[in-house]
Design a binder for this molecule. Structure first.
Ligand SMILES: Cc1ncc(COP(=O)(O)O)c(C=O)c1O
Length: 398
């Protein structure tokens, strides 16, 4: 047979999902495992959100909706942007799709074709570069290590801009590092893009998961020129423990949003009608459930950070946002752990999984092979026992 397309040949499985799948397999074989791989809250979707979905079903809202989302949901999203982010969007500037991952996919399809470059601060969420590649564009990774708090500087971004740069990705709070940019840092970086007509894709999916008093900042709120340049991406998965419902959305310049909606009309038709009603209830409803989850994550964040640092072979600052610890682990490279020689983050993750039943994700695909990612979006008991298992395995290697 003839070869697959370039995308067909090059696209890789998401390493976070791949590690999660390996772990599930071990679990199904009856092994004791501690899962720190996947970024999804361990909480159930709040009851009032489920009720809204049940109501929608009862009312027979089971048909296709407009391709870019139900008008009521878009209205709710517009109200959210105004209230929480200080940005005025009209419904034609909003586009709803099947999770923020899918939203980003369409956005990159609209922005980044062959010859276009997208600047991605690293460490970065693995799907950004895959999606840029699927669109035919080229990712330009700009690395910020732990010594600079995993936050790139404006000078680094400036050095990466070329006349092919089409978009700059910002993700604060960040997956995998938990880094949160200050408003001034974001302004300095985004100004470089806006002044050159470069789009900014701002992935704000973790905006509610910020600890220690820092505030979420939306670049689109920086002024009219920013509103024309920024595509703000968000969704209900993380904020409301709704990962399986698959609702994400973007807001931005009308031409980008309209074209993304057209693409969706040809690709998936529309997002799930029932999930859209649930998302509407989530966004408009009582937000106490969010505050409760964030308070719980905060405790786990501190606990996990302390446990990792106490082992000496890992080092990380408490993450300022999201729900991941991303410790440096390269003190272990070149050493034997459980009889296995560890040379890189992949070998370390495999040793942790095979010898301690601990699932985490290697830093290499995130652009930082000196680190590994532990999600603390899992119960305290799992964190306690999982950290005990890691400690027992690495004991004596410090
Ligand atoms: C940084 C980031 N953006 C977007 C997403 C996608 O979220 P969803 O597609 O569930 O809305 C994730 C999920 O892990 C993420 O970590």
């Amino acid at each position: 047979m003839k070869p697959l397309s370039e995308t067909g040949r090059l696209v890789a499985d998401s390493p976070t999902l791949a590690m999660g799948a390996r772990l599930k397999k071990l679990k199904s074989e009856g092994k004791t495992v501690y899962d720190f791989t996947v970024g999804q809250p361990d909480f159930d979707t709040p009851e009032h959100i489920k009720q809204a979905a049940i109501e929608a079903l009862k009312k027979g809202e089971t048909g296709y909706t407009p391709a870019a989302g139900m008008p009521d949901l878009k209205k709710a999203i517009a109200a959210k942007f105004k209230k929480e982010n200080g940005i005025d969007y009209s419904p034609d500037q909003i586009f709803v799709s099947n999770g923020a991952k899918h939203t980003l996919y369409h956005v990159f399809q609209m922005l980044a074709g062959p010859g276009d470059e997208v600047i991605i601060p690293a460490p970065y969420w693995v799907s950004y570069s895959e999606q840029v590649q699927m669109a035919g564009g080229t990712s330009v990774l700009v690395k910020a290590g732990s010594e600079q708090g995993f936050r790139v500087t404006a000078a680094q971004i400036e050095a990466a801009i070329t006349n092919r740069t089409k978009a700059l990705l910002v993700n604060s709070p960040s997956n995998p590092t938990g880094a949160v940019y200050t408003e001034q840092e974001l302004r300095d970086i985004c100004e470089l893009a806006v002044s050159r007509g470069i789009y900014i894709v701002s992935d704000e999916i973790y905006e509610h998961f910020i600890y220690g008093g820092q505030k979420a900042v939306s670049p689109a709120a920086f002024g009219p020129a920013y509103k024309d340049a920024v595509i703000t991406v968000n969704g209900v998965s993380k904020t409301y423990a709704m990962t399986g419902w698959r609702i994400g959305y973007a807001a931005g310049p009308v031409n980008v949003i309209r074209q993304a909606g057209f693409a969706q009309s040809n690709a998936t038709g529309c997002p799930c009608s029932i999930s859209q009603r649930a998302a509407q209830a989530a966004i408009l409803g009582d937000q106490t459930c969010v505050a409760n989850m964030v308070a719980e994550f905060d405790k786990r964040r501190i606990y996990m950070t302390e446990r990792l640092n106490a082992m000496k072979v890992f080092s990380c600052d408490p993450p300022a946002g999201a729900f991941y610890c991303f410790p440096r682990c390269d003190a272990l490279y070149g050493k034997r752990i459980g009889g296995v020689m560890v040379e890189n983050s992949t070998a370390l993750c495999e040793a942790l999984l095979d010898k301690a039943g601990v699932g985490c994700v290697q830093g290499g695909p995130f652009g930082a092979d000196e680190c590994i990612r532990f999600s603390y979006a899992t119960g305290m008991e799992t964190i306690r026992k999982g950290m005990d298992a890691v400690e027992a395995l690495v004991k004596g290697t410090a």
